[in-house]
Design a protein around this ligand. Sequence first.
Ligand code: 0RA
Length: 743
Amino acid sequence: MAEEVNNQVEGNYSASNIQVLEGMEAVRKRPAMYIGDTGERGYHHLVYEVVDNSIDEALAGYCSMIDVIINKDGSLTVNDNGRGIPVDMHPTQHKPAVEVVLTILHAGGKFDGSNYKVSGGLHGVGVSCVNALSDWMKVEVKRGGKLHHIEFSRGHVTKPLEVVGDCGEETGTKVTFFPDHTIFSCHAFKWEILCARLRELAFLNKGVTIHFRDDEGEAHHEETFHYEGGIDEFVEYLNTNKKPLSPVIHFEGQKESERLDGKYLIQAEVSMQYNDSYSTLEQTYCNNIHTIEGGTHLSGFRRALTSTIKSYGERNKIIKEKELASLSGDDMREGLTVIVSVKVPQPQFEGQTKTKLGNGEVDGIVAAIVSDKLNTFFEENPAVAKTIIEKTLLAARAREAARAARESTRRKGVMDGLSLPGKLRDCSERDPAKTELFLVEGDSAGGSAQTGRDRATQAILPLRGKVLNVEKARIDRMLANAEIRTLITAIGCGFGEEWDVSKARYHKIVIMTDADVDGAHIRTLLLTFFYRKMPELIEKGYVYLAQPPLYKVERKKKSEYVLTDAELTEKLLTLGLDDFEVKAKDGRVLEKEEAKSLMTLLAEIEETSKALEARGYKAEELLKDETQQGGGASILRKLFSSLSAFGYEAQDYFGGELKKLLDDVRAHGKQGLSVYRFKGLGEMDAEELYSTTMDPTKRRMLRVKLNDAVAADQMFSLLMGDEVEPRRKFIEDNALNVRNLDF
Ligand code: 0RA
């Protein structure tokens, strides 16, 4: 008898080991199937999977704090004060439960008997996948008065579970992992990417505190997200730089639904606020997942919004009968920012990127909640209702005007691409995958580009003067703008209701502007246009920024082009340090690499001081005045504290000794060199412009990406919208690192 039991245990043991082996190997063999991809997105997705478990604990009411830390060694820690992953023996697997959770696929959620796991990342694959894809993972559990520790490598236990100490009353789970760099092409966590998602999670799960810190990067960022107001605060945040036309309006409710497998609860929450802009921002979520493609929750909301506004407006004689029929849903959403967040057990995700909610019953539930409560809100706030409805009517009239404008432009052939604009110098190739459109600032650069280009694949469209700011213009005015019409025709996708990305005539659209303030302005105007009116071009990765050189450096009749100030400095310093001795404060001669980092640091100090002076500050005074906390002062402090590593102090710089050293090294580097700074694209002749900036085999270009739609929206509202004060503040805060603007 004893034999048999034993056999059975052993049998189970090996069965479960095979289960682990197969599961972990399957994930490592086809990682993309489990986490989407193995690039930047997948790399950060690992973090979301781990954090989602902590969020689940919070949703269940057991966890209030989540700490996320990018560690110095590039690993990442998620620490929560939930119940802690169970550590007792698993009844059928015969190993500690925590080991099961971390090594068997999909073992996470079913543990406490329910599978009501409403969190869970886009792929919802659980923390065991993260383990499989990590070079190592360490887990600490505080539970039952003891601190437990277990370690893994690539999904397999390397240090079995053991008790390593006491923890008193405290409970919680701490997971630290280092992704397997042989699997991922991305090798570092990015502060901005994680920040956006963690902030979003804090908005969506009100009351939870998420604390995020970066110990790896130079910058030592740290931020705490905690929103008692939940998605109401999210809407306020999204409208930060916009002028509100209504208070934030909040609805929530829940409803039981029935499916073949039983009853279950659907929860819905909506926050909305109108602003005086012309754009619409609708962000929808199901179980904390951003449903980018929308779905039944969005359709329910839209339907209810339209019918409620129409019926209230008609009843109260704000909308005339003849206007009623011409009002469209788009009109009601002009200037609206809204978050719809639903919690649905067993959600169905559809669509190309599996981010479209498919559960049919959600539509009616959301619609019922919105209709009922929005109507009550209107009844109680008639003045707000009137403002909103009048804006809606204005939008409808503008849309009618735009339709007329579009009709007339269509007659002129703008929409169908049959007659291309005269200014466009098109290429001969017809396969859009092989062609490029250069949008060039100014007629003279346009001429050089036209002469120098590869006629087969490169088309040139010179742009004269400033492009219209679409952030401030309604569509009718936009379509009346010649520059915008030319762009629409050249690109070939149509516009508005006729938009079709598959008709794009080029798969690379390259913005080529001068490297000065005017150039930057035109670039921003064009990006605003693409982001607001043709976002699919950016999503598909069709939009690029050309990188024309800033300098031409000549030495012994050989010339070389340099793209940025930083590269020029680097070049001069490298040449300058050739047979040149640099000493630390104590007289020790620095190694080549050390000398170079000291020089780079001095160059940075110099550049920062200059930028500050241009704005009326004196670096030396700013540094001494401890009450100064702004961007400039803190950047300066950091630079000068790095200087102390070489034994030098701020006084050595301001006294002139270090300035002279920097000048000497640069002068040494410049010997026999001539450095010419380009003032604009127009100064380059055709051959030069082609070989430095357009030749596909030599050029460098930046592809425009939308890392964080929320940040991008705010950035464009801020830079291009009506509010002057926040823009002034933004520009002042960021004047020192404008080069880091990231869309
Ligand atoms: C399984 C069961 C229980 C909690 C957890 C897993 C859990 C997992 C993670 C991952 C990160 N933090 C976590 N916190 C908890 C329920 C435990 C119970 O019933 O006491």
